[in-house]
Structures are given as C-alpha cells and as structure tokens.
Design a protein around this ligand. Structure first.
Ligand SMILES: CC(C)(COP(=O)(O)OP(=O)(O)OC[C@H]1O[C@@H](n2cnc3c(N)ncnc32)[C@H](O)[C@@H]1OP(=O)(O)O)[C@@H](O)C(=O)NCCC(=O)NCCS
Length: 180
C-alpha cells in the first residue's frame, strides 16, 4: 500500500467479507494477534480470539491490501455480533497503523450499515477505552453517544459503552445525523 498517496490504492485493495473467529486457522489467528497487539496494546491468546462471541454472518469484514485473501495481506478487521434482535454489537474494529486515517474505517462502517439495516438491525453499540479519543470521535460523528462508564471492563483504565442508531455517514452531503 502506498502510505503517502491515498489516491493510488489499487483496485484490488479493499474490504471483503470476513471470516469468523471459529473459521480461522492458526496463521490467520497469528495475524490477528499482531493486529490486536498493535492496535489496542493488548495481547490476546489464540484461544481467546477463537472464543470471541462473533458468529459467521454478514457483519464481519476484513481489509486486504492485494487481491490475495490471506493473512499476510490482511490490514484490518471488523467483527460484529447480533444483540437483542435489533442491535449490532461491534466486537473488534482495528486497522493496522499504516491503514488508518485513509477513509477505510469510514468505508466499512457504511458497508456494515448497508448489510445489516435491511435485516432489521437499527441500533449499534460497543465498548471503547475512555482514552481512545480518535475512536470515540469516529463513533460520535456516526451518531453514537456515551451511555455508561465501564469500570473493570478493560485491564487498564476506564471504558465507555456507546450506543446509537445504525446509520450511514457521508461527510460531503447535508444529511442530518439523526434522520428520524
Ligand atoms: C478507529 C479506526 C477503526 C477508524 O478507522 P480509520 O480508517 O482510521 O478512520 P477514517 O480514515 O475513515 O477516518 C475517520 C475519522 O477520523 C479522522 N482522522 C483521520 N486521521 C486522524 C488522526 N490521525 N487522528 C484523529 N482523527 C483522524 C478523519 O477525519 C475522520 O473523521 P470523520 O469521523 O469526521 O469522518 C482506526 O483508526 C483504528 O483501527 N484505530 C486503532 C484501533 C481502535 O482504536 N479501534 C476501535 C476500538 S473500539
């Protein structure tokens, strides 16, 4: 990927349907361990990744930097799960450092909405570290609000539970954030 020239991404780069934790072989899990360590600073055991509560469904995406769908080419991951019939819970959302700030997170957010809103998932919720200002601002812009402080959820520091309507976000048009 050309880190200095976002306009030059090759066509084959992009988000594709993602495998679920239970579908992964060891080389995929090791690639995800590296992604999580770098993105969140936390070490995950193989077993803790395999047992994440994420089903095989349309809410899982992986970002690749080539046409190969293999662990070496994976640059990001969005894993979600259905929660209480009408809510999508974001379980893991992480891009590697070189892939951040180029619009990939925004693209997959809209893809998630496109997949799941027609299925009746109208709300979205997640947990985020209170210190993760960038992610909190990303979610706020997309209509989520902090609902609750989480103490003891993360090994270090406080967390927030955020929740809102599942909706697309297009920064260049005038659509209000809350359309209802
Ligand atoms: C949070 C994350 C998924 C967002 O994805 P991304 O591809 O970096 O986001 P985008 O490039 O689409 O930009 C999203 C927003 O961040 C802003 N942004 C871009 N670069 C930024 C930077 N260096 N610092 C802060 N904000 C920045 C953009 O202006 C954009 O604003 P908008 O929300 O008003 O559209 C990604 O940064 C990431 O993986 N971070 C590390 C792991 C993490 O924190 N995950 C969330 C855990 S809950």
């Amino acid at each position: 990927m050309d880190a200095n020239n976002p306009g030059s991404e090759r066509l084959e780069e992009g988000w594709r349907h993602g495998l679920s934790p239970q579908q992964l072989s060891l080389d995929w899990i090791q690639a995800i361990q590296r992604l999580f360590l770098e993105g969140t600073g936390e070490e995950y055991f193989v077993g803790s990744i395999q047992s994440l509560p994420v089903p095989e469904w349309a809410g899982n995406f992986m970002l690749f930097d080539s046409e190969e769908t293999d662990p070496k080419s994976m640059r990001g991951l969005l894993w979600t799960a259905p929660f209480k019939q009408d809510t999508v819970r974001i379980v893991s959302f992480v891009l590697d450092a070189g892939a951040r700030g180029k619009g990939w997170g925004s693209i997959v957010w809209n893809q998630l909405v496109e997949q799941l809103l027609p299925e009746g998932y109208v709300n979205v919720q997640l947990e985020v570290r209170a210190s993760n200002e960038r992610a909190i601002s990303f979610y706020r812009t997309r209509g989520l609000e902090i609902q609750q402080e989480l103490h003891g959820y993360y090994r270090q520091g406080m967390g927030y539970m955020m929740r809102g309507k599942l909706q697309q976000y297009h920064p260049n048009n005038d659509t209000p954030e809350h359309e209802d």
